[in-house]
Design a protein. Structure first.
Length: 261
């Protein structure tokens, strides 16, 4: 069997299928979401030239468009530091090597751990900058809530200009809403994807400062208005309504979409 061949009954020859890739830091909740989205059915797949295994399965239920869901190994940034990370990142810009007919994922679902926001947000920013269609699944908000600093998904969505859906990776609460949001984003026109090959120190510093500002702004809101944040369900900012989802202008530097609450 060639390295790119999927094991089992998942077809490789259906380019009409959508592909959603779960990508993000280790322990952010990727596999938990994968299990909820696919009904925990999976096949393993091996990226050509690498020893990294992925889980791949089909979106459970009866989606309008048949959809493959891919659970990839953890990454902390879009510039690889190891072979495993390089292989994981290949699913974002060289997906065709794994799934012929698919150049890039239709949507990248990024779990963001609400209890460790700033590191995780930097990755989301890099993904947006790379042109990837991204939806944030806000996980671990139960932990952030227990720590007295829950994250308001609606406000986070405003700051990021990305659709944000709160989910609980253990119970699956919010996964139906996540799925609906991802389907909407998947229907948007594709953009050119270009992953960075390196980062300048200035860029990294600026990205972290940006993420810290968002984290501080979110916790300021909790301090000023304790109990004001909706803690149930999810919040979705549908593309095109509150922001121009795919326009990147002003997404970095002085004209960042971040604004104080
Ligand atoms: N408290 C809490 N735990 C979660 C949540 N989502 C996932 N977990 C747990 O976090 C751990 C890491 O999750 P996993 O899906 O394996 O993360 P991955 O490394 O990104 O694939 C597991 O023990 C999950 O049960 C969540 O929303 N809240
Ligand atoms: Mg995992």
């Amino acid at each position: 069997m060639s390295a790119a061949t999927l094991v089992g009954d998942v077809s490789m020859e259906a380019p009409s299928e959508a592909v959603w890739v779960l990508a993000g830091p280790p322990n952010a909740g990727k596999t938990s979401l994968y299990n909820h989205l696919t009904g925990a059915r999976y096949r393993t797949v091996n990226y050509p030239g690498a020893t990294v295994d992925y889980c791949i399965g089909t979106l459970a239920g009866k989606p309008e468009r048949p959809t493959l869901v891919l659970d990839s190994p953890g990454i902390v940034s879009l510039v690889a530091r190891s072979d495993d990370e390089r292989a994981a990142l290949s699913t974002l810009d060289e997906l065709g090597r794994l799934l012929p007919g698919h150049a890039v994922p239709d949507v990248v679902v990024v779990p963001v751990d609400a209890s460790q926001m700033s590191r995780h947000l930097v990755l989301v920013r890099q993904m947006r900058r790379a042109g990837l269609r991204t939806v944030v699944a806000l996980t671990m908000n139960d932990i952030a809530r227990a720590q007295g600093r829950p994250v308001d998904p609606a406000r986070l969505s405003d700051y990021l200009s990305v659709v944000v859906v709160e989910v609980d990776g253990r119970s699956g609460h919010g996964v139906q809403e996540l799925r609906a949001a991802v389907e909407q984003v998947a229907a948007l026109p594709a953009t050119r994807v270009a992953l960075p090959t390196e980062f300048s120190l200035e860029q990294v510093a600026e990205d972290f400062a940006w993420a810290d500002r968002i984290e501080s702004a979110l916790s300021e809101i909790v301090k000023r208005r304790p109990g004001a944040i909706s803690t149930a369900g999810c919040s979705i900012r549908w593309p095109g309504r509150r922001f121009s989802f795919w326009s990147w202008e002003g997404f970095s530097g002085a004209s960042s979409p971040w604004r104080p609450p």
